[in-house]
Ligand binder design. Structure first.
Ligand code: SAH
Length: 264
């Protein structure tokens, strides 16, 4: 698929095109909140193809059509995924694989989640909430890809990472996307992130035996927690009810990197 030299990070665009069909969503290019609405709808704001072809909207469209064909995906999530260039979150040597359904290394023993996993998790979250979340906490920023997708469907996203080098990588990766509704935090996500609490949703990209108590404590009543839990791992959803009660259900098998404590 890819020939020639992959794009260099330094040449990534400051602005990205709105997809032809995507409705404006909070925080992503093409929405009024980013100020990009003034850009003509079909303006070519991406640089000329740089060789790998990964900066083509067509490649992203094809990925999203494959995700749609899996069924059950939320249209708002798919629209956000049309507009987040996943290749910008990968090493240039891996950019050619960015729009395949692969988990790929991002350094420090961690991985970027598969597009289908991001799409499914965000869709389950929106469907369980029944509305666009005002505020979401993501545990495990990694390279920042899922955080950018969440920023396209939520009012405000807090994303916390325990490995400083990845927190900084995500900051660099996300700079060009200019998402004013995304806050990146360095810290131990097992403690949640009190700064943004209460959250409508907490979503973890790292797997633990059980959900740390802080996650449920920092959810608003009615809020949804979604995390890979147990051994073998299952993507598990929980709804915080009144009076300290929780309703939980199992979504599907999962394979996520482990949730660990402390900050590196
Ligand atoms: N969200 C990423 C996936 C990153 S992989 C994506 O878009 O693809 C999961 C991440 O969780 C790793 O970067 C790992 O370092 C991080 N992690 C694990 N335990 C954590 C903790 N207690 N607090 C914050 N981040 C944690």
């Amino acid at each position: 698929m890819a020939t020639g030299t992959p794009p260099k990070r330094a040449s990534f665009p400051a602005r990205l095109p709105a997809s032809g069909s995507a409705a404006a969503a909070p925080g992503l290019p093409g929405s009024a909140r980013t100020g990009a609405a003034a850009t003509p709808r079909h303006a070519a704001v991406l640089p000329q193809p740089s060789g790998a072809g990964m900066d083509s909207q067509a490649v992203r469209n094809a990925m999203v059509e494959r995700l749609r064909a899996l069924g059950g995906m939320d249209p708002a999530v798919l629209n956000a995924m049309l507009r987040v260039p996943r290749h910008l979150f990968l090493e240039p040597g891996l950019a050619a694989q960015a729009y395949l359904d692969n988990a790929l290394p991002i350094g420090h023993g961690q991985t970027i989640s598969k597009p289908s996993v991001v799409a499914r998790a965000a869709s389950v979250l929106l469907q369980a909430l029944g509305e666009r979340p005002a505020r979401v906490l993501e545990i495990g920023t990694g390279c920042g890809y899922q955080a950018a997708v969440l920023a396209g469907v939520a009012g405000e996203v807090y994303s916390i990472e325990r490995i400083r080098a990845l927190h900084e990588l995500a900051r660099r990766n996300l700079r060009a996307l200019r998402l004013p509704n995304l806050r990146l935090l360095l810290g131990d996500g097992m403690l949640g992130a009190p700064a943004g609490a209460p959250y409508d949703a907490v979503i973890s990209a790292a797997a633990g035996e059980q959900a740390p108590p802080a996650w449920l404590e920092q959810l608003r009543p009615g809020g949804i927690l979604l995390a890979p839990l147990g051994q073998p791992q299952r993507l598990t959803a929980m709804r915080k009810l009144g009076g300290g009660r929780v309703e939980s259900w199992s979504v599907e098998d999962a394979r996520f990197v482990p949730l660990k404590s402390g900050v590196l």
